[in-house]
Every structure is written in structure tokens, then in C-alpha cells.
Design a protein around this ligand. Structure first.
Ligand SMILES: [Ca+2]
Ligand SMILES: [Ca+2]
Ligand SMILES: [Ca+2]
Length: 421
């Protein structure tokens, strides 16, 4: 075994280990003890891991000792990781586990669309990124992840990332289809147990997903799946949290979107446009500044089931939404264009607690006893688990019948908090 496989105390750098694994066929792992791993060599637009960003070819696992203890720091010299196509027939796969990627700044002398983007990690078309217990934080300009391939993340936090660019780029995650017909994997993303807080952008703070296609649409839509996620204390522009543009399909389930701000007067929380579709299931979207959902010009479609959706009474709520039933439309008189379905509630107060941390990544508004959310969801659209991964449905009102609740959290009569955070 080469000693570079386990870099420690300056004996061998992470860059040297990565150059070594890049040179070998097959799958390899690099194990990192707790500590700071800094990018120190200047050199932008370089793709052999010799300078600037760490360029990854082939199948590589980087496994840290702990998510908080292992920091791979771009030091604002360049982006941190770049996943590129190998010379072999196989696509490259970078798996990161139990570590933090911080403080990247993508830079480029090129004028093409992506070289100056993806400050934390840039995933080229057909290539793959897997994350498990990973934090991406303090990245500037150009998104902490820019994905043109595939991202599969289970346990991921996006904290304090910033983008001031005047393009359709989110501070945390940007998902872009690039229109090369030869690509097999193109801008596909699944995030579960994810957390977005304190991200700041001129565009969406958390996620922008786009195919950049105008009508007629591309053959297969761009897909983003979000399950068990928290979006809180983010500040964006138009929209404040999520932008879903041009034939992008998005699925949002068991998710809380609360206390986010728009720095534009009328910025919505979620913008859906250009033939895109969003399905919202068992989620809670409330306490945000700005309109709840804006279907810009009516070209997109949004469906919602078993979810709490609050309108901001201080903003124009141009909400065009297709109910699948079981929703609590809070301040309904301020919302336009909903065809109400079975079990939709439009009156009263949902009786929710203030936002509370329930697990490492998940924050939610827990229903108080007597809440009209308890056991009033529509069974056919009930998800199989809630935001903190407990099975649904649970009997919430003590009548010995287990029925689905409205919102991200399935309430027990006495919620037992997850203990290990
Ligand atoms: Ca590079
Ligand atoms: Ca490089
Ligand atoms: Ca229930």
C-alpha cells in the first residue's frame, strides 16, 4: 500500500494522495484523520490536480474521521473538488463521507458557463458525486455545488454559502442541464436529510435547477428530489429559496421551509416557471417573508398534498396551485387560484410550536395538542415517514386510528425527541 493513501501530519498531502489514486485504475479510498486540509497551490483552470482545485478521475472515496473534525478548505484560492470524465469508459464517482468542504471560490480565465462556478464541488456531465454526513459551508460566488451530472446526498448541510453573481446561480446548489445529447446522466439530484441555513444569494439562496431550454421541451426533464430537508434563515432575491426553471421536475416531501427572507420586495419563496413541475407532499412552508409560491406567468404546475402552506399577508400571493387534498392553506383569503380538494382546511390556525431543532439537521414546527393538522391528511398521498424519519401514519388524537397528519412532522401525543445530537 502506498503511504500516500493515508495522509497525516504533513507526511503526504491530500493532493498527492489524489494524484496517486487518479493514476490508478479501479476504486480507491483515502482516509482522513481529524484536521484541516488546505488548498495552498494557486493555479486556476487546471485539471490534473497539480494546482488549484482537486481534480478527481475514476472512482474515489474520501472518508473522514468526523464531519466537523475534517475540514477540506479551499482558502478562497480556487474551488475545492472537480469531478471529470476519466479516460476509460467508466464515469468518475467521488464519494465523500464524514467531513466538511469549506471556503472555496471557483475562478476562471475562461468565458464558458461553468468554469467559474461550483465553488465547493463541480460535477461534470455524466459524472457522479455521493455525499454522506457532509457539510458544505462558507463557499463564495458560484454555488457550493454545481451539478451537471448526478448528486446523491444522504445527510448533507449547506451553511453560510454566498453568491453575488448576476446569473441563475443559487448560493448552495445549482443543477444545470447542459444540452449535450450524448450525456446519459445530466443534472439529476436526490437529497435526503438535508439542511440549508444562512445561505445568501442574488438568485435563489438554496437551490436553482434549470434546463435552460425554451419550449418545446427537452426529451427528459431535469429531476430534483428533496426528502426530509430543512430550509431556514436563508436570504435570496427572486425567489428567496428555490428556483425551478425550464422543464425541471422537483419533488419536495417531509420538508420544512420556514423563516426565509426575500431581499426583493415581492420575491416568492419558490419560483416555478418554464413548463416545470413541483409536487409538494407532507411539507410545511410557513413563516417566510414574501409570497408562498409564485408560478410565474402560469407556465409551471405545482401540486400539493398534506402540506401546510402559509401566505404572507404583506405580499401579493399569486399562487396557482393544484391541490391533491389534505392541505392547510393558512391565510387562505390571501391566496388565489386553488381548486380545493378533500380534507383541505382554509380556516383557523394550525396550532404549531415555534421552530425547534429535532435532529442534527432537521428543524420543524411541531403541531401542538388539539391542532387541526392531526390525523386530517389524505391517506392516498401520505408519505411513508416524516421529517425525522418516523413511520407514518401515527395516531395523533388518541382515537386508536392511525391517520396521516398534515405537514412535515407526524405528531405523537407526546413527541419523543430524537436524542443524539
Ligand atoms: Ca479543475
Ligand atoms: Ca486543478
Ligand atoms: Ca397522525
Amino acid at each position: 500500500m502506498n503511504s500516500c493513501i493515508k495522509p497525516k501530519h504533513g507526511i503526504c498531502t491530500l493532493r498527492a494522495a489524489l494524484q496517486f489514486t487518479n493514476s490508478l485504475p479501479g476504486s480507491h479510498s483515502i482516509l482522513l484523520d481529524n484536521g484541516q486540509y488546505n488548498i495552498t497551490l494557486q493555479g486556476i483552470d487546471e485539471d490534473m490536480s497539480i494546482s488549484g482545485d482537486l481534480d478527481v478521475y475514476g472512482i474515489l472515496n474520501i472518508i473522514g474521521q468526523s464531519e466537523k473534525g475534517v475540514i477540506i478548505n479551499g482558502q478562497a484560492i480556487d474551488r475545492v473538488f472537480h469531478i471529470l470524465k476519466d479516460g476509460s469508459a467508466q464515469n468518475s464517482v467521488l464519494s465523500l463521507k464524514n467531513l466538511t468542504v469549506a471556503n472555496g471560490l471557483a475562478q476562471s480565465n475562461h468565458t464558458d458557463a461553468v468554469n467559474h462556478l461550483g465553488s465547493g464541488i463541480l460535477v461534470a456531465p455524466n459524472q457522479e458525486l455521493r455525499l454522506e454526513n457532509v457539510t458544505l459551508k462558507d463557499h463564495s460566488d458560484g454555488s457550493s455545488i454545481l451539478n451537471q451530472g448526478m448528486v446523491l446526498a444522504h445527510g448533507v448541510s449547506f451553511i453560510n454559502n454566498e453568491s453575488n453573481m448576476n446569473s441563475a446561480v443559487a448560493a448552495a446548489v445549482t443543477n444545470w442541464f447542459d444540452h449535450d445529447e450524448n450525456d446519459i446522466i445530466d443534472a439529476y439530484m436526490e437529497l435526503s436529510d438535508c439542511h440549508f441555513s444562512n445561505n445568501l444569494s442574488n438568485n435563489a439562496s438554496a437551490i436553482t435547477s434549470s434546463s435552460f431550454a425554451t419550449f418545446p421541451q427537452i426529451a427528459q426533464p431535469v429531476v430534483v428530489k428533496l426528502d426530509r430537508c430543512t430550509f431556514t434563515n436563508n436570504i435570496g432575491n427572486q425567489p428567496s429559496v428555490i428556483s425551478n426553471m425550464f422543464n425541471t421536475d422537483m419533488y419536495i416531501s417531509n420538508t420544512t421551509i420556514s423563516h426565509n427572507q426575500s431581499n426583493a420586495n415581492s420575491g416568492p419563496v419558490i419560483l416555478n416557471d418554464g413548463g416545470s413541475k413541483i409536487k409538494i407532499s407532507n411539507s410545511s412552508i410557513l413563516n417566510n417573508h414574501g409570497t408562498v409560491i409564485d408560478v410565474h406567468g402560469g407556465f409551471g404546475r405545482i401540486w400539493s398534498a398534506n402540506s401546510i402552506i402559509e401566505s404572507d399577508p404583506n405580499q401579493n400571493s399569486a399562487l396557482l396551485l393544484n391541490s391533491l387534498g389534505g392541505n392547510f392553506f393558512w391565510r387562505y383569503s390571501d391566496i388565489n387560484h386553488i381548486d380545493l380538494q378533500k380534507n383541505d382546511i382554509t380556516q383557523g390556525d394550525p396550532l404549531l410550536d415555534t421552530i425547534t431543532q429535532l435532529t442534527i439537521r432537521q428543524f420543524a414546527h411541531v403541531p401542538l395538542s388539539g391542532s387541526p393538522l392531526l390525523d386530517t391528511g389524505v391517506e392516498i398521498h401520505c408519505t411513508s415517514h416524516d421529517q425525522i424519519n418516523r413511520f407514518r401514519p401515527i395516531d395523533g388524537n388518541g382515537d386508536s386510528k392511525s391517520k396521516c397528519d398534515i405537514g412535515a412532522i407526524e405528531q405523537l401525543r407526546d413527541l419523543i425527541f430524537a436524542s443524539d445530537f
